[in-house]
Design a protein around this ligand. Structure first.
Ligand code: DX5
Ligand code: ZN
Length: 220
């Protein structure tokens, strides 16, 4: 099943609870939580208390994207009953195998994000341990950037690896996904679609979520 994960990075933070209700009303599947530390990426977003303020305000699961250095020190802060995935960056982890095991030790699904210049081959020796691979289709740090087309090739490559070695893997894409390119991204083998500005920048947020879902929920 293809899933839509709106990123609250592009939401109106002054009305976060209401904005979450709007995406839920439209039929979003997952809430993408973009955590930035101003070190790994050149921007600061928000931390675990903001995510936790949404507990009970929505039934949607959280997909936590940690764009931070030393993620091991903070993973525990993002563990909640609603946390489905915790995703760390390959480039931020010196001991990636250990970090993956740490996430799993909390009973949470583990994901690794790849920056645009990072090859899926870097995951070769942990591939079977992963629940999710996130392909960055922009350089992380900001919402509203333009989709980098090489991400499609990376998705196709990962799809082949998935079919051969880890069929349950979720392939996620993040950055610059819009109604204009989502079909092409889907055809490249992606399972979960992050959309920030394309959802929260829409004049009618529930309607925009529905428009995405009309593309994603069509059986192939
Ligand atoms: C980028 C973040 C993305 C971003 C997506 O660093 O990881 O999740 O918010 O926003 P859009 O869809 O606007 O590119
Ligand atoms: Zn993200």
């Amino acid at each position: 099943m293809k899933r839509l994960a709106p990123s609250i990075l592009s939401a109106d933070f002054s009305q976060l609870g209401k904005q979450i209700q709007l995406i839920e009303e439209g039929g979003a599947d997952v809430i993408h939580v973009d955590v930035m530390d101003g070190h790994f990426v050149p921007n600061i977003s928000f931390g675990a208390p903001v995510m936790k303020s949404l507990l009970g305000k929505t039934r949607l699961p959280f997909d936590v994207h940690l764009m931070i250095e030393r993620p091991d020190d903070y993973i525990g802060d993002f563990v909640t009953d609603q946390t489905e995935y915790i995703v760390v960056h390959q480039e931020a982890c010196t001991h990636l195998h250990r970090t993956i095991q740490l996430i799993k030790s909390y009973g949470i699904k583990a994901g690794v994000a790849l920056n645009p210049a990072t090859s899926p081959d870097t995951l070769n020796y942990i591939f079977e341990d992963l629940d999710l691979v996130l392909i960055m289709s922009v350089n992380p740090g900001f919402g509203g950037q333009k989709f980098i087309p090489a991400a499609l090739k990376k998705a196709q490559e990962l799809k082949k690896m998935k079919e051969a070695r880890n069929p349950a893997l979720c392939i996620e894409i993040d950055g610059g996904v819009t109604l204009s390119n989502v079909k092409e991204v889907m055809d490249a083998g992606v399972d979960m679609f992050v959309a920030g500005s394309a959802v929260f920048g829409a004049p009618d947020i529930p309607q925009r979520v529905k428009e995405f879902q009309r593309v994603l929920k069509v059986e192939a």
